[in-house]
Design a protein around this ligand. Structure first.
Ligand SMILES: C[S@@+](CC[C@H](N)C(=O)[O-])C[C@H]1O[C@@H](n2cnc3c(N)ncnc32)[C@H](O)[C@@H]1O
Length: 448
C-alpha cells in the first residue's frame, strides 16, 4: 500500500483501503454497514453544469429554484454574464473555488473557435478542466482534495492531450504538463452528477474515485446533494454490507447489455469487469435476430413475482433466470418496454401502460440488484399511472376493477417508498420523488 492509502485509512469511520489484485486498491467495510448509513460524504473539487441546465441551476451548488412565483430568481455574474447563482454566498464560494481565475477571460474563450469546434463531450471536459485549473493552477499548496486527485490512477497517460482551456488570470500560469497530468485522470475517475436519475452535470470527487471500484452488481450507489454552496456526493448502501466486504458502486448503468458494458469499461476505464453479473452474462447466449418479446413478458412476470405478486424480490433475479427467458436480456427489449411504458403512462391507455410497466419492473429486478434507485422510481411511476387510471377512467358496471386499480396504486407506492427511502434525499428535494410520495400517499389511503 502507498503512503496515501495509509493516510486515507486513518480518516474514515466506515471504510478501509485494502490492496486489490487488479485495481490497485479496494474499499472494504470497517464494520457491518446498515441501510440508511451515509458510508462517506465527499465535497466536489470542481463541477460543471450540463449546457441544458445553465441558467436554470446555480453554478455553485446546482440548486434548482422551485418554480413558485415568489421564489427569487438566480443572480447572474455581472463580470462574464455566463454564470448564475442562488445568492451572494454561492457566488462568493464559486468565485473563490474557481471563477476568480477565469471570469474575465471566459466570454472570449467561450466564443473562440478552439472551444466552439470541440464535440459536445470534449466541451464539457474542457470547461471542467478550466474550472479545476482556475482553482488549482499548480501543485504547490495543493489541498487534500487536489493531492488525492493527483494520486488517482490515470487512464491513458501517454496519449492524453488536454483540450483547450480558459486562460487563467493569476500569478502562476499553469504549465501544460500540469494540466495534462490533471486531464489524464478525467475519463476513468470523474462522475456524472444526477438528480433522481436525470443528469445535471459532471464533477470531480477525488476521495470517492480513490476509494470505490466498479461492479455491475454493486452494493452501494452515489447520490448528490447541494450543501455549503457546493455539490457533495454521498455513497449509500443498497443492502447491509458485512465487515471486510468490498464496497462497490456502478460506474455505468448495470442495465446496459453485457457487451456494451464490457466495451465501455474496457475503453473508458481500462479493465474487464469480473463481477458476478458479468460472469453470469458472459455465459448467456442471446440470439441476434429480432425476437418477439411479447410471449415472454407474462412468464417473466410470473417468474420474478413467483413468491408474492405484491412484493419485490429480495435478491437479484439474474442468476436464477430460466434459459427460456434469456431473450428478455436482448439489447432491444428493455429500451422497447421503457419507451412503450412512458408513451402510455402519460397519454394512456393506462391499462397498456400498467401491463408493459409490470414487465419492465420484472426486467429491472433481473438486471438491477434489489433497492436500486431505478426500481424505486419506476414503482412510483406505476403508482401514479394506476392512480391516473383510477381517477380518470370509466369503470361503469365493474366496480371491483376500480378497487383493484386503487389497490395496485397503493401496492406500487409501497414498493417505491421502500426502495426510495433507502436511497434517501438527493438532488432536487422540492418536487423530488420523496415529496411526490408524501403528496400521493394521503390521496391513495383516503380513497375508496
Ligand atoms: C475510480 S478508480 C477506482 C480506485 C482505484 N482502485 C484506485 O486504487 O485508485 C477507477 C480505476 O480503478 C480500476 N478499477 C475499478 N473497478 C475495477 C474493477 N472492478 N476491476 C478492475 N479494475 C477496476 C480501473 O483501473 C479504473 O480505471
Amino acid at each position: 500500500m502507498s503512503t496515501t492509502d495509509t493516510d486515507l485509512n486513518d480518516q474514515y469511520d466506515n471504510v478501509a483501503l485494502r490492496a486489490h489484485p487488479k485495481a490497485r486498491s479496494q474499499a472494504v467495510a470497517r464494520h457491518r454497514i446498515h441501510l440508511l448509513t451515509d458510508i462517506i460524504k465527499v465535497e466536489a473539487l470542481a463541477t460543471i453544469l450540463l449546457p441544458d441546465e445553465k441558467g436554470k441551476r446555480c453554478d455553485a451548488c446546482f440548486h434548482h429554484p422551485p418554480r413558485r412565483n415568489n421564489s427569487p430568481p438566480l443572480k447572474r455574474c455581472s463580470g462574464c454574464a455566463a454564470y448564475w447563482y442562488c445568492n451572494t454566498r454561492c457566488q462568493v464560494n464559486h468565485w473563490n473555488l474557481c471563477h476568480k481565475g477565469m471570469c474575465k477571460q471566459f466570454p472570449r474563450y467561450h466564443a473562440s473557435e478552439a472551444y466552439t469546434n470541440l464535440p459536445p463531450h470534449q466541451k464539457l471536459d474542457a470547461l471542467l478542466l478550466s474550472h479545476l485549473v482556475a482553482g488549482h493552477p499548480s501543485q504547490e499548496h495543493a489541498n487534500n482534495s487536489l493531492s488525492t486527485f493527483l494520486s488517482l490512477l490515470p487512464h491513458n497517460p501517454s496519449t492524453a492531450v488536454h483540450p483547450p482551456i480558459c486562460a487563467f488570470s493569476g500569478k502562476r500560469t499553469p504549465t501544460a504538463e500540469f494540466v495534462n497530468h490533471l486531464f489524464e485522470r478525467f475519463e476513468n475517475n470523474n462522475f456524472v452528477i444526477h438528480s433522481h436519475l436525470v443528469s445535471t452535470g459532471h464533477g470531480i470527487f477525488p476521495l470517492a474515485s480513490r476509494l470505490f471500484n466498479h461492479s455491475c452488481a454493486p452494493n452501494a450507489v452515489v447520490a448528490f446533494i447541494s450543501e455549503n454552496c457546493n455539490v457533495s456526493m454521498i455513497v449509500r448502501p443498497l443492502r447491509v454490507i458485512n465487515e471486510g466486504e468490498e464496497i462497490t458502486i456502478p460506474y455505468i448503468d448495470p442495465a446496459l447489455p453485457f457487451h456494451r458494458r464490457r466495451q465501455i469499461l474496457e475503453l473508458s476505464y481500462g479493465f474487464s469487469c469480473r463481477c458476478s453479473s458479468c460472469m453470469l452474462s458472459q455465459s448467456i447466449r442471446i440470439i441476434n435476430s429480432p425476437v418477439d418479446f411479447k410471449g415472454l413478458e407474462t412468464p417473466l412476470i410470473d417468474f420474478v413475482f413467483s413468491k408474492s405478486p405484491e412484493k419485490l424480490p429480495e435478491a437479484q433475479c439474474l442468476s436464477s433466470l430460466p434459459k427460456s427467458l434469456h431473450h428478455m436480456l436482448h439489447e432491444l427489449c428493455l429500451p422497447h418496454l421503457s419507451a412503450t411504458f412512458s408513451d402510455h403512462s402519460h397519454d394512456g391507455p393506462y391499462t397498456t401502460a400498467l401491463h408493459v410497466g409490470r414487465s419492465l419492473l420484472a426486467l429491472y429486478c433481473v438486471v438491477y440488484p434489489p433497492n436500486y434507485p431505478q426500481i424505486g422510481m419506476h414503482c412510483l411511476e406505476m403508482a401514479k399511472t394506476a392512480w391516473n387510471k383510477y381517477t380518470t377512467e370509466e369503470f361503469s358496471s365493474d366496480s371491483s376493477q376500480r378497487f383493484i386499480t386503487l389497490e395496485n396504486a397503493r401496492m406500487y407506492l409501497r414498493m417505491g417508498e421502500a426502495v426510495l427511502s433507502i436511497m434517501g434525499p438527493e438532488g432536487d428535494i422540492e418536487g423530488g420523488p420523496l415529496e411526490e410520495i408524501s403528496t400521493l400517499k394521503p390521496l391513495l389511503v383516503g380513497s375508496e
